[in-house]
Design a protein around this ligand. Structure first.
Ligand code: ATP
Ligand code: MG
Length: 411
């Protein structure tokens, strides 16, 4: 079947009142970006609460639908046949032929639903519903009408053209990327953080990301894994600016000067401090982590209190109430799971204590952090100077800012 255009259904945006156009603009923009990856040329246009994609010439329907199914804000994609405004007898012929091609097996129930926006069309919606219903029954006697729960809803929209569709393919839902602002994702190589980023992007956030790298304790392949995860998330969000920060010196100093059962908490506090500094410098309004309550010692309620205490930006933890199994399910659905389970070491797994505190006391943690007072300011500044910015998207990566590495003298 050849489709010339696609109707886009979007739910939540529809209730945004006066700001609705902002969300629609953001959605149209994200759709245009997604369609650039498809072969062929397209126009995306809005008319009275509807968004249409029209192919200029031939297009690969599967490719277009797949691209649109990665755009947050879309709840349904309807591939449509498009006809000029034509008299009823021709319309009837077209609808019968369309149905026949779409459903070779006609042992189904159906209902016709016409929307007539062009009120000059000589029949009204109800007359068209009835006439087309009768014509379909005549043409395909196996069909049955069910007005309440039909297997197939045959929709005919009469506007500046006539559009016919029967399929609504599901979109990812949510809000268009960028419509809620931008946030900084702490992206490690695990299962959780890519899912956390995806979930917040689904709520309309554009994502930047930061990865704390610990060379030579972590390998280049660990960084590659994080880039790959960023690319997989970017298939939904558009390009992600990934900040690759050398965290080795800070990690060694913590290891050297602080109690080992508090290593992870103190390390996490430094990650949050640095992430917040980068976030504030790059117009990000929040931090995002993949933390889930009770998953590990550093994610108990008291541990989260200690981690939270170092930053003033809101910290979004969309997985906080998720079981690991739930997280794995999402990660498989969005396509990050296979990369996440690759074995390369991440910095946290190397510097872990055998018995980390599960109920840290903020005062005590702060007191122990004072052991680092005379060196830490400089170390944080140095770590920030190592910032290498890698722009990652689904098609590849581009290094925007190379590392001037004051820690290792260039890597
Ligand atoms: P993930 O949570 O991504 O599966 P993980 O479970 O190994 O990895 P945790 O040790 O649970 O990670 O860390 C909790 C959160 O802290 C992560 O979800 C991530 O947001 C952040 N984080 C941990 N390590 C790093 C890192 N090396 N770089 C950036 N962020 C990190
Ligand atoms: Mg985790």
């Amino acid at each position: 079947m050849e489709y010339q255009s696609f109707l886009i259904k979007y739910a939540e945006i529809g209730v945004k009142g006066k700001n609705r156009y902002l969300f629609e603009d953001a959605l149209v923009q994200q759709m245009r970006i997604a369609l650039k990856k498809c072969s062929g040329a397209f126009t995306v246009h809005r008319t009275s609460g509807r968004i249409f994609v029209e192919a200029k010439g031939a297009c690969d329907t599967e490719e277009v639908v797949n691209a649109l199914q990665h755009v947050f804000g879309i709840v349904g994609v309807c591939p449509m046949a498009e006809r000029p405004i034509e008299p009823y007898p021709e319309l009837e012929k077209d609808v019968v032929a369309f149905f026949g091609e779409e459903y070779p097996d006609r042992h189904r129930t159906f209902k016709v639903h016409c929307r007539r926006q062009d009120k000059t069309y000589p029949m009204n919606s109800q007359e068209i519903d009835e006439a087309l219903g009768g014509a379909l029954l005549d043409a395909y006697p196996e069909l049955k009408v069910d007005v309440h729960h039909p297997d197939v809803m045959v929709t005919v929209e009469i506007r500046e053209k006539i559009y016919i569709y029967t399929h609504i393919l599901p979109g990812p839902g949510g809000l268009p990327v960028g419509s809620a602002g931008k946030a900084m994702l702490l992206l490690s190589g695990g299962i959780d953080s890519p899912v956390a980023g995806w979930m917040m992007a689904k709520r309309g956030l554009k994502l930047d990301a930061v990865y704390f790298n610990a060379p030579p304790y972590t390998s280049e392949r660990a960084l590659q894994k994080v880039e790959d995860l960023a690319a997989e998330v970017a298939a939904y969000t558009g390009p992600i600016w990934l900040h690759n920060i050398n965290f080795t010196e800070i990690q060694l100093a913590i290891y050297d000067k602080c109690p080992h059962d508090e290593l992870t908490i103190i390390m996490r506090r430094f990650m949050m401090r640095i992430a917040e500094k980068i976030a504030r410098g790059t117009a990000c309004g929040a931090l995002i982590t993949g933390e889930s309550l009770g998953q590990v010692a550093s994610q108990t309620m008291r541990s989260l209190e200690c981690t939270n205490a170092v930053c003033t930006l809101p910290v979004f933890r969309p997985l906080i109430g998720f079981d690991k199994e739930d997280i794995v399910t999402v990660s498989k659905k969005i396509g990050t799971y296979d990369t996440s389970i690759l074995p390369y070491e991440d910095c946290c797994t190397i510097f872990v204590a055998k018995h980390p505190v599960t109920k840290p006391i903020l005062d005590v943690i702060e007191r122990h952090e004072h052991h680092l007072d005379d060196i830490i300011g400089e170390m944080v500044d140095k770590a920030l100077e190592t910032d290498e910015i890698i722009i990652v998207d689904a098609e590849g990566k581009r290094v925007l800012k190379h590392r001037e590495d004051p820690l290792t003298g260039g890597m």
